[in-house]
Design a protein around this ligand. Structure first.
Ligand SMILES: [Zn+2]
Length: 351
């Protein structure tokens, strides 16, 4: 089945070649549509600001009709000997047992003392050490949304990568991995890390900035708008100012639907322009087991008002959103985020 996934990607690649005489914009949209239909169903992509329902407190999660490593088997909680909650089923997904209510996964205890942890607590990450300088600065300084950007700089000329860790505060592996990456060094270029992007959400274990303001629907933001708009503006302006060559937007996903195999771990793009090779190599690396614990599916485009969509379309900077599945144990999710970040920095020649 892995071969079919590769063939599917190869077909996508062929689509690119076949369309190469058209404008890049057209190609990107066609490709995004090709990805979504019929192989992938977008489960939820409808969170709006004020009227968002509890059910919308989720990431868009894609599902691919392949068996991958994730053939789900279920048993009812009553039959198990574990502390499973009534109404939840045990589901084996990509080798790990998770709990599922038919819609959302049950997130295991995911709180880590991340500020006092090391990269080496999660494995062999960024083991080579290069000479760099570090500085940091605040966004939204003096407000309850204040957060910090760490800048790692090498004297050697190279790419600039900007990592946005968790515009949704409750997606812990996203900002944990970003915080850990602040310990890395690079051989060339510049690395900017903003984490947690939604500091108030992270503090309150909430998706939102305040109330039901979903930061990832307010980009590019407004300096005179509501809280989420002001924060989005600060983040977007900082990215525009740094002009990175690549942007990471780190998230997590928790929805899972029945009748299909699970692929909650996802890479999302809005356009592949300028990162075609990088993107497909990253996906292939999850398929052949080079990185991450399971295959990642692909999906796109990012929703209107999201970091991914806005940075791609307005700044024309290649952007990848990483989604890890919140039904898995936190260490696994952090590792998959770190695997992906390390793979891309290595691919760009920065390690
Ligand atoms: Zn998210």
């Amino acid at each position: 089945m892995r071969r079919i996934s590769i063939l599917f990607l190869a077909a996508l690649a062929a689509l690119f070649v076949g369309c190469s005489k058209e404008s890049s914009q057209t190609i990107a949209y066609e490709t995004a549509n090709a990805v979504k239909s019929p192989e992938i169903i977008e489960v939820s992509d409808t969170v709006s600001s004020e009227n968002a329902t509890q059910e919308a407190d989720v990431e868009p999660v894609s599902e691919v009709a392949s068996d991958s490593a994730a053939e789900a088997t279920t048993e009812t909680a009553a039959e198990s000997d574990s502390p499973y909650v009534e109404g939840y089923q045990k589901v084996v997904v990509s080798g790990e047992t998770v709990l599922w209510d038919g819609y959302k996964a049950w997130e295991p205890d995911s709180v880590l003392d991340i500020w006092n942890m090391k990269l080496s607590d999660f494995g062999e990450y960024f083991t080579e050490t290069f000479e760099v300088t570090r500085d940091s600065y605040k966004l939204m300084e003096g407000t309850f949304m204040e957060t910090e950007v760490v800048h790692i700089h090498s004297e050697n000329e190279g790419p600039c990568v900007y990592i946005v860790g968790a515009v949704h505060g409750d997606e812990k592996a996203a900002w944990y991995a970003a915080i850990l990456t602040e310990q890395a060094t690079i051989s060339c270029g510049d690395l900017y890390i903003l984490a947690p992007a939604n500091a108030n959400g992270a503090r309150n274990d909430s998706r939102y900035v305040v109330a039901r303001q979903d930061l990832n629907r307010f980009f590019p933001g407004d300096p005179n708008g509501n809280e989420a708009e002001r924060l989005a503006d600060a983040i977007f302006s900082d990215i525009a100012d740094k002009r990175p060559s690549f942007v990471f937007d780190l998230h997590e996903a928790i929805i899972m639907t029945s009748g299909r195999d699970f692929l909650g771990s996802t890479y999302i793009f809005t356009k592949l322009d300028g990162m075609e090779d990088l993107f497909f190599n990253m996906v292939f690396a999850t398929q052949d087991g080079t990185i991450c614990h399971n295959e990642f599916s692909i999906n796109g485009p990012g929703p209107d008002g999201s970091v991914n969509n806005t940075v791609t379309n307005e700044l024309r900077i290649p952007t990848v959103t990483v989604e890890t599945f919140r039904g898995f144990k936190i260490e696994r999710r952090v590792q998959d985020q770190l695997d992906t970040i390390q793979f891309v920095l290595d691919y760009l020649g920065m390690l």
